[in-house]
Design a protein around this ligand. Structure first.
Ligand code: NAG
Ligand code: NAG
Ligand code: NAG
Ligand code: NAG
Ligand code: NAG
Length: 946
């Protein structure tokens, strides 16, 4: 989804946009040519073709251009038909000197698999000189309009180098003037043609002003420069943020046949890079161009041919999302600024008093002593009190999750005992400078060191630290991984030569301190109601949060002393469009060194993933066989195997940054109840925003959480399918209705699975919302709350829906069967213990289908499980059949069947007539309701009506 856009002005934050992006001078042997068109490209010299693929050897086709590095003379191309839906094209330096993602970091279902090329959906085609390749669908005939253009086509590299000026108005380094294949030690470039104004999705992580469908620069668009460099930044628009996902999906619609096909393309790389989408004037195609500063061109193509199958095929390669515990779907509450244990406990009490379900209570860094990981503050969060508090949560079937920051405080002197640091030094688990000295940066606790996830003892040390913390004070149920891009407040190293005990350095003002009030308010904020500055006084008195000591801002000491020669580790000649400018700003120096000699320049984008993976392993060791619940801010390829993700320092208030008001929080709580991860989180010093603070928000929250908890068996099944098959739980409308072009840009509505359509309000001060009901009149959509059929249009235009404050529109698709919790109660555990209900929405032909995956909700699979299959047919019967070994102790008590046009004369349950007191018919909604059924779901059940 695009961000909720009515929230706040972002101007203040956009001023972070960096200055100089032009290539740096001073590196030997590199000409800094912007004129990439003088690069010679490559010629194919020899070729070995087998049934399963091709190995080809390329040589540089002329004098080196050394544009932003040194040309690599010899390249190898390995083409492998891996499975029928996946083709692998790997272009690498024959000498294997370039960095590639180690298999230990991202193991792929690849390499060992290969099929006969004739059985592949995809075909690799190439040209010898200049070397170029293109990918086609095997099914595509010359008369097949859908596939008249290849899926991927680098023949653009043979176009004459006529200067063109792109629409993208950035700096001179974007001045394209030709598209040769460039493969240098510090610059790689590959360009492919796309259909004009192609439908491109993906290339994260980004909050794109264009929305979910990316701007390829056609039809007046500006084009896109998507930069891949993980960055700690408060969610700016159109800039690189926390995560890096160089994968996209292209959805092609053929006007002639009115049919679509979808494919996916993954660049399997951790390289700092720019990925451009653009449509040069006078071109009849759009383009994608990869510009990388390290690594190799390792590409995977997925044949789809639907959006959903592309996502499944991608997951099959990089690994499916991890199994989530059932409690994770409950409501979570957090704030930076709960300054002590009683303030934290008070939230739990107030939530219960207000009758708003609270499943998981969180603490931010307030919890820590001296802002150090794995500690509790002895005064404000004494270990014994925290232990008692968490025990009490557990006794009430609630949970607790603390934050863990990525950097580890450096112990100041020998009387300042901090075991996680000394133990890490002993086990050599921290990053180094090129001269082997300790690499020092700065984060909240002051001077810090950084785990080196490539060091051999890192996971052992990390597990030990988490285990000690868990056993001594914080018996956590999950872990929240923050600051793992990795964030450091210096530009590069700030420790070398510094006086590490010097604290007389300029202060850093945290938000919410008197010097730094939170002054962002929602659009339409009512100052007559809430005051000109909310509850935060500009003149220095805080209503919320405490005035903790201000961490020092250390002097910038420049980059660590690089000792590499030949390549420019600290300032690669091609400057990617990192929002911070130079690569080492607000993170580690790119010459910081790992145990095995790898440098940060190559591995930067992997830090969050590797920390997440280590944490996942640690939690498995602390609570064997229980599913780890983790969210990580920085993610990349395969992070989903180990954890979930949250939006970071987002402005979706009741989310995080800025002040909220009643209306915004009301809408936010209702919308977020239909997101996979549902957490209200606030910053220090801003207005309090717990859902009980306003009556209307409390009421809206109870209502939306009620719907969410009814739907938990459905959510759980969707996530099981994601973990087993990679099927996406949340879907854009066009995933389900791929041949309806009016849906291709829709990102203000979404589907949960196949069946549930959410149409939220995203603008202030309205009481209606417009939504599209996909299916062009062929699908019956029913209102979740009333079960009334919506009067939709059949031409793909929007329908206006009532949306008063406190109401979120939820609609159910026909042909569906949903297993629900009949009567949600306060916690997920108690809700789960109660009976089930079944909601059947017959389609016009009287059929409906659904499944529900059920297990114990916490054990790591393989674990006993049962899948229930529900199938209605002919508008007169329904069968419930279980498969599996998990015993379902809860019974089915209620059955609602929608779409029964006439009142049945009788209803049979397993052949027995159901007493007329136990069912009723409501003609207005064509609805049959059975109650008090007491059906055992472990055996086959048949219901019929006539
Ligand atoms: C590259 O630079 C080094 C150091 O400046 C120099 O010794 C060498 O001759 C140069 N090589 C080329 C091919 O220009
Ligand atoms: C490139 O490959 C050719 C043929 O194998 C070889 O003779 C040459 O030395 C290689 N060049 C480099 C720079 O590796
Ligand atoms: C065109 O593509 C579709 C979808 O893959 C396929 O079913 C059809 O057979 C193709 N037509 C021809 C003539 O190859
Ligand atoms: C960009 O290119 C233009 C035209 O060649 C030139 O006048 C200008 O100085 C360049 N700007 C930078 C920052 O290099
Ligand atoms: C293109 O960029 C300009 C300047 O930033 C902006 O005003 C305009 O809205 C953008 N166009 C599109 C289609 O995003």
């Amino acid at each position: 989804m695009a961000s909720i856009c009515f929230l706040l002005t972002l101007l203040g934050y956009l001023s972070f946009v960096a200055g100089s992006l032009v290539p740096q001078e001073g590196h030997p042997n590199i000409t800094h040519s912007l004129n990439v068109s003088t690069c010679p490209g490559y010629t194919l010299h020899s070729l070995l073709e087998t049934d399963t693929g091709i190995s080809a050897w390329l040589g540089v086709a002329g004098p080196a251009c050394n544009a932003f590095g040194r040309d690599v003379v010899n390249l190898t191309v390995e083409v492998t038909y891996e499975i029928s839906t996946r083709l692998h094209v790997n272009i690498f330096d024959t000498a294997n000197a370039q960095f590639t993602i180690p298999e230990s970091v991202v193991p792929l279902e690849s390499g060992s698999t290969a099929i006969n090329k004739n059985n592949s959906d995809l075909q690799f085609n190439f040209e010898v000189s200049p070397f170029a390749f293109w990918i086609t669908r095997r099914s595509a005939g010359s008369d097949n309009h859908t596939e008249s253009q290849p899926l991927f086509d680098t023949r653009i590299s043979s176009l004459p180098a006529t200067p063109i000026s792109p629409v993208i108005p950035l700096d001179n380094s974007t001045a394209l003037d030709g598209f040769p294949l460039v493969f240098e030690d510090q610059y790689l470039q590959l360009t492919s043609a796309l259909p004009l104004n192609a439908n491109i999705y993906g290339l994260g992580e980004i909050i794109a002003s264009s929305g979910f469908r990316r701007d390829v620069g056609a039809n007046g668009g500006n084009g896109t420069i998507q930069t891949m460099w993980a960055r700690d930044i408060t969610d700016p628009i159109d800039q690189n943020i926390y995560g890096v996902h160089p994968v996209y999906m292209e959805h092609r619609f053929d006007e002639a046949t009115q049919k679509s096909q979808t494919h996916g393309v993954l660049l399997f790389s951790a390289s700092g890079s720019d990925i451009l989408l653009l449509t040069p004037p006078s071109f009849n195609t759009s383009l994608i161009q990869y510009r990388m500063i390290t690594g190799t061109l390792d590409l995977y193509f997925f044949s789809g041919p639907t959006p959903q199958t592309v996502i499944e095929q991608y997951g099959q390669l990089i690994g499916f999302p991890t199994w989530q515990p059932y409690f994770g779907f409950g409501f979570h509450l957090c704030r930076w600024g709960y300054s002590n244990v009683s303030e934290t406990k008070e939230q739990v009490t107030k939530m219960r008093e207000a009758g708003i379900p609270l499943e998981v209570m969180w603490n931010d860094i307030d919890l820590y002593h001296a802002v150090r990981d794995f500690t509790t503050d002895p005064v404000s969060f004494p270990a014994s009190e925290m232990k008692a508090f968490i025990d009490e949560l557990h006794a009430n079937n609630q949970h607790y999750i603390p934050i863990v920051d990525a950097a580890v405080a450096k112990q100041i002197n020998s009387s300042d005992i901090y075991d996680p640091y000394t133990r890490g030094v002993e086990l050599q688990t921290f990053m180094k400078n090129p001269d082997d000295s300790e690499y020092i940066g700065q984060v909240w606790p002051g001077y810090t060191v950084f785990p080196d996830w490539f060091s051999k003892n890192a996971e052992t040390w990390w597990t030990e630290a988490l285990k000690n913390w868990s056993q001594s004070a914080i018996d956590f149920d999950g872990i929240w991984l923050d600051m793992n891009e990795v964030s450091s407040f210096c530009t590069g190293s700030c420790g070398t030569g510094a006086d590490l005990s010097n604290t007389t350095i300029p202060g850093l003002f945290l938000p919410g301190t008197p010097e730094s009030p939170v002054v962002d308010y929602p659009e339409g904020y009512d100052s007559s109601k809430w005051g000109p500055s909310g509850n935060v006084s500009i003149n220095g008195t805080l209503t919320f949060g405490s005035d903790t000591p201000i961490p020092p801002m250390l002097l910038k000491r420049g980059l660590g002393a690089g000792k590499q020669s030949g390549i420019s580790v600290n300032d690669p000649p091609y400057a990617i469009h990192n929002g911070n400018g130079p690569l080492s700003v607000h993170t580690l120096a790119t010459n910081a060194t790992h145990a095995n000699g790898l440098i940060e320049l190559d591995t930067h984008n992997l830090h969050g993933l590797m920390e997440t993976k280590a944490t996942h392993q640690a939690l498995l060791s602390i609570h064997p066989s229980k599913r780890p619940f983790i969210i990580s801010r920085s993610t990349t390829l395969s992070s989903g195997r180990y954890a979930g993700h949250w939006l970071g320092d987002n402005f979706n208030t009741c989310g995080f940054i800025g002040n909220t008001d009643e209306e915004l929080c009301n809408r936010w709580m209702q919308l977020s109840a239909f997101m996979p991860f549902f957490r209200n989180h606030n910053q220090r010093g801003a207005l309090s925003q717990e859902p009980y603070r306003w009556d209307s928000v409390a009421e809206a929250s109870r209502k939306a959480i009620g719907v969410r908890y009814q739907l938990l068996p459905y959510w759980y099944t969707l996530f099981a399918n994601a973990s087993m098959m990679g099927t996406p739980p949340i879907r854009a409308l066009f995933y389900e209705f791929p041949d309806e072009p009016e849906l291709f840009s829709v990102d203000r509505q979404f589907l949960i699975g196949r069946e549930i359509l959410i149409t939220p309000v995203l603008t202030p001060n309205v009481s209606t919302v417009n939504g599209i009901f996909p299916g062009r009149g062929t699908v019956v959509w029913r209102d979740w709350y009333t079960h009334n059929v919506v009067n939709t249009t059949n031409d793909g235009s929007t329908t206006s829906l009532p949306a008063p404050l406190g109401h979120i529109n939820v609609h159910i698709r026909d042909g569906s069967v949903l297993l629900l919790h009949d009567k949600p109660v306060y916690t997920v555990t108690e809700t789960r213990a109660g009976p089930f209900a079944l909601l059947v929405c017959l389609s016009n032909d009287g059929s409906a289908f659904g499944t529900a995956y059920i297990d114990d909700g916490e054990t790591v699979p393989p674990t006993p499980n049962t899948t229930l299959t529900f199938e209605a047919s002919k508008g007169q019967k329904l069968e419930l059949s279980p498969k599996g070994s998990f015993r379902i102790s809860q019974t089915l008590e209620t059955l609602i069947i929608l779409g029964v046009p006439r009142e049945p004369a009788q209803i049979l349950l397993n052949g027995q007539r159901v007493h007329s007191n136990s069912w009723k018919y409501i003609a207005a909604q064509e609805k049959v309701v059975l109650t008090g059924m007491n059906v055992n779901l472990n055996i086959l059940t048949r219901i019929s009506w006539s």
